[in-house]
Ligand binder design. Sequence first.
Ligand SMILES: NS(=O)(=O)c1ccc(NC(=S)OCCc2ccsc2)cc1
Ligand SMILES: [Zn+2]
Length: 218
Amino acid sequence: MKKLTFAYESQSDLRILNTGHGWKVEAPQSGSRLEGGPLGEDIYQLEQFHCHWGETSAEGSEHTVDGRAYAGELHLVHWNTTKYQSFAEAAQHPDGLAVLGVFFDVGNESNDEIEKIVSTLSEIKFKGQFTDIPDVIDPTTFLPSGLGYWTYLGSLTTPPCNECVIWIVYKEPITVTEEQLVQFRCLSACSGEAEEFIVKNYRPPQPLGNRALRECNA
Ligand SMILES: NS(=O)(=O)c1ccc(NC(=S)OCCc2ccsc2)cc1
Ligand SMILES: [Zn+2]
């Protein structure tokens, strides 16, 4: 496979919202480009990023490596702007979306970029709430230093589970702290006063079936 290349803009005042299933940062970046690797000749543009986590740090990722789960997984969601006119249209085609998956390992160092997300969570405690992240966010900083990855053709991991995703899962995790994950679990799935914490929001891996898994050791 050709080398995967990415170029993101740094943006401030990105909107973060509580979807009821977790937090999601809307980051439509017409200036961003993800191309090469398994993406053929098409250019993919960043649309949003979000993450998945578990009730404890023993689980939380949506992919596992030789059966081992990580404490969580960040998804940078892109859509094919070469072929399609909108995200919704792209999500109807097998090559419509490209999602970069980055595993979370728990360590003693808090991840500064994730901390910019964590610092806004008290303002979006309830489902439907949103706020702007004052800090400048550079999606590049979410990526690990080692850029080896696995890739396969898969689906959205939440309904409608369209089979429209070229998955690119980095082998090297990034480090977050237990405290940062604890803050994720304090989000509420409800919009009203009732509190039902989003303690976990990951979908366990599904059978690979006859899909080919490829790897690139960048
Ligand atoms: N976890 S995931 O990265 O596979 C992932 C990414 C996006 C979505 N869904 C989004 S952004 O849906 C937007 C609405 C939509 C869905 C299909 S067509 C339009 C669901 C799961
Ligand atoms: Zn996801």
